[in-house]
Design a protein around this ligand. Structure first.
Ligand SMILES: Nc1nc(=O)c2c([nH]1)NC[C@@H]1CN(c3ccc(C(=O)N[C@@H](CCC(=O)O)C(=O)O)cc3)CN21
Ligand SMILES: CC(C)C(=O)C(=O)O
Ligand SMILES: [Mg+2]
Length: 279
């Protein structure tokens, strides 16, 4: 046995056991470098299919492929040692049948080393959630505003406004939890509905635009750091303006190159004995 002290990764049972305890801190990550920065501060990193919109510039998450999710999932795993890493199943990779979902999820597990997968859907996906969890694949549910359903919903719209919608989201959350999901993401859901669902479920709810009543919170990291501005959902709080800093840095670099201020002697490979400071 190794005597070297190593950081042990947060496990799926540890995430599940945080129900009603300290809030679960979650963010998305798509790259190794971002994962490295976030890893010490979060409980869970989600490799979200939102990368289709944030990284690839698509106007929905529908064009995202399983191969893209696997490439980014593996990249995030190379940068994260402490956080539990979960990968989204992309549109078209799981809706057809539990068997299709298993084949896609098994590729994610084997080829990325992530601890579990997330899939969108409620009661209609409960059978699939059970099929995966009974076959060694931890599943996180995702109900309420489901971005892969954008064409059915007619936009990215909050849900739970009518009594009927509220009952639907509750039914969906309970169905996936009952089917074995270790946690359920609640997106774009009115506060009283999110509070009721959180009280009813035996597993943690992770909210995005679903109020402080949830057992945890998640946001898209690029929204949090000011690196994405195509749109800003009202549930986003921005903690930095890295996009503005990149613009300023690019402008400064361009000015330096045009004025021949960059590169300086310290950036050059010089013959032996040449002075770096003199001219
Ligand atoms: N950068 C980013 N952040 C996200 O949170 C996110 C993605 N991308 N891509 C996938 C989905 C899409 N999401 C979205 C996108 C837009 C709104 C939005 O504009 N909502 C409006 C209300 C729209 C309505 O109700 O008609 C808002 O004011 O929040 C919400 C969630 C959440 N997800
Ligand atoms: C925002 C979260 C919940 C997500 O599904 C994603 O980033 O794709
Ligand atoms: Mg997603």
């Amino acid at each position: 046995m190794s005597t070297v002290a190593r950081v042990k990764r947060i496990s799926i049972p540890q995430i599940r056991n945080r129900k009603g305890a300290e809030p679960l801190v979650c963010l998305t990550a798509y790259t190794t470098q971002m994962a490295r920065r976030l890893d010490p501060h979060v409980d869970l990193l989600l490799v979200g299919d939102s990368l289709g919109m944030v990284v690839y510039g698509f106007d929905s998450t529908l064009p995202v492929t399983l191969d893209m999710m696997i490439a980014h999932g593996a990249a995030v795993m190379r940068g994260a040692e402490h956080a539990c890493v979960i990968v989204d199943l992309p549109f078209g990779s799981y809706q057809e049948s539990p068997e299709q979902a298993f084949r896609s999820a098994a590729r994610i597990m084997a080829e990325t080393g992530a601890s579990g997968v997330k899939l969108e859907g409620g009661a209609e996906m409960a059978e699939t959630v059970r099929f995966l969890t009974q076959r060694c694949i931890p599943v996180c549910g995702h109900v309420g505003l489901m971005p892969q359903a954008v064409n059915v919903a007619g936009g990215f719209k909050a849900t739970g406004r009518s009594e009927e919608e509220a009952r639907q989201v509750m039914r969906d959350a309970q169905a996936v939890a009952e089917a074995g999901a270790f946690a359920v993401v609640l997106e774009g859901t009115l506060e009283p509905v999110a509070a009721e669902i959180t009280a009813a479920l035996p597993v943690p709810t992770i909210g995005i635009g679903a109020s402080a009543a949830c057992d945890g919170q998640i946001l898209v990291s690029e929204d949090v750091f000011g690196l994405f501005s195509d749109f800003t959902p009202r549930f986003v709080k921005r903690y930095a303006d890295l996009g503005g800093q990149i613009s300023q840095a690019a402008e400064a670099y361009a000015q330096d190159v045009r004025a021949r201020r960059f590169p300086g002697r310290e950036h050059c490979f010089l013959p032996k004995g040449a002075s770096r400071t003199g001219s």
